[in-house]
Design a protein around this ligand. Sequence first.
Ligand code: ARG
Length: 659
Amino acid sequence: MNILAELKNRFRDALVDVAGDSDVQSLLEMIKPAQDARFGDYQANCAMPLGKRLGKAPRDVAADILANVNLDDLCSETDIAGPGFINLTISDDWLTNQINTAGEDERLGVESTTHAQTYILDYSSPNVAKPMHVGHIRSTVIGDSLARTLRFLGHQVVADNHLGDWGTQFGMIIYGYKHFVDPKAYQQHEVKELSRLYRLVNQLIDYWKSKQQIEPQQDDINRRQVELERLEQVQPTGDKKEDKKHSKALGRARDQLASARKTLDSLTAKVAAIDSDPQLSAYAEAHPEIGRSALLETAQLHEGDSTNRQLWEEFLPKCREDIQRVYARLNVQFDVEYGESFYQEMLPGVVSGLQEAGMASESEGAQCIFLDEFETPMIIQKSDGAFLYATTDLATIEYRMQTWQADEILYVVDHRQSEHFQKLFAVANAWNAPDVQMHHISFGTVLDESGRPYKTRSGDAIGLEGLLDEAVNKAYEVVSANDDSKPNGAELSDETRKHIADVVGHGAIKYADLSHNRTSDYVFSYDKMMALEGNTATYMQYSYARVQSIFRKGNVEIDQVRTSVQPIVLEHSAERALAMMIMRYSEALENVLEDYRPNQLTNYLFDLAKRFSSFFEQCPVLKAEQESVKQSRLKLCDLTGRVIAHGLQLLGIGVVDQM
Ligand code: ARG
């Protein structure tokens, strides 16, 4: 039972009666959980805007609404407060009934949707052959948790890992393999050696690019310097507006000069890194055309060159295997993993289709789609015949629509690609997929403690596996310290500690990511994510373990409590508050889907855990005075544990019975 949905249902007809043909949906959106328990459980704030619309006093409108809505069984109290707020208190009997029904339900009282849709979720999607880094965690865990939530609510989900397995990184690796491979290292660990080659070629390409950019960059700085000096000479005019404008321009010029200098520094640093290393500078000298050559290798791969094709076929399965290891650790599965290469044969058809539809046209030798809303066109074929990222994405949409008749496609990809997706959706909706809803589920950057993108000291993005290892190691310390400090001495074997550390470590990383509003950047901190108090996976897992420990301590079989006929009774206000929160699980899941934000679920779990903790402080469970109260409270504890475990599972996070 979704209480909020039930309230909205009941209000709907009443609002139609009172509001006439006003937009009822927006009024229904104004029914919300109350912020403060003193105002009841829910609050309907629709009388104020409606009063304005109808030219009536909001308090009168509120009274009209209440007169029309049937809440007799559902609410024990309805109240009009202040300018016309309607405060609603759910009846204890009704709530007691519902919590008992939820307790007997495997779905914990969460109903399946009545309008099931087919969703394609495009997430994780790393460019293989490059090592996976911290940035990939976001797409992977957000996508996985959305897939789990959608499925639980009854939707069809196709989880698609759209691997970048055909891009320019392969040209770089092929070039690296042909010129720099260390056969012994390759034999020992292919993917490690391929990663090294990728980084090496990347670095050499960057070297030559940076070298070329230094002079123009210096010129740019000189120009900016002169301009700044000129601005600094300008005397105030006494005109406030003019002077303000001038001081703004001055500030801007200073900022731009500083940032141009920074760019120059980073260019010089890249060049110096190679120049100061005899081996690297020998490589650089011997491969001055490496940038162009690597691109050529990619082009040859795409044209079907047999050597390159063979190398690609040799590398690809190994790279895939390598990333599978990470997915196995994260317990993330996909339904399909075609990857970009799968769509290659469709690309000429995409271009000709768009030409025939009159959407693509030639511009400077390239095939482009000009869109009104965008300054730059979407390029679908370069003048040398090469297809682009966008071309593959259009083919992918075509395939997804034919194969699964998707209702919605969600792309969980970082915010830097937002323009790409806006253009993609505009073109696909206008061309081959008019009805499908597409959303870019964008997310921010993972930062270090000083607010910069999280990198290793050498400037590389941090490898994902190393990150997970570190989290598990830290979790082991946390778990061991917690166990060692138990009043009656440690309880866990080393093997158990290791298992717990695995669940806690991976959970902490995922939860830290999911609990932040996805569109914001967030600071990666092991200490914060593994705190035993606060909005962390560790706290949630700890709350779950606490419930299990009640049963252990009391020597009570959980199954016996679950099947007992003794119902949950809500007498203490903390019991009621906890039950109310348990009942709000389905609301939380609806909120997740509203804007595809898993942090709606973590927020909910945190609230639930807090209410549980306050219940546990105020209401003795094993020492309850009456057996019936003890049984009821045990049931409530168990139900809380089940919701926590279930919610965590929808986030892709496990639980343990003991910590
Ligand atoms: N491989 C791409 C990258 O790493 C992300 C792909 C996202 N999905 C898509 N259909 N474009 O940037």
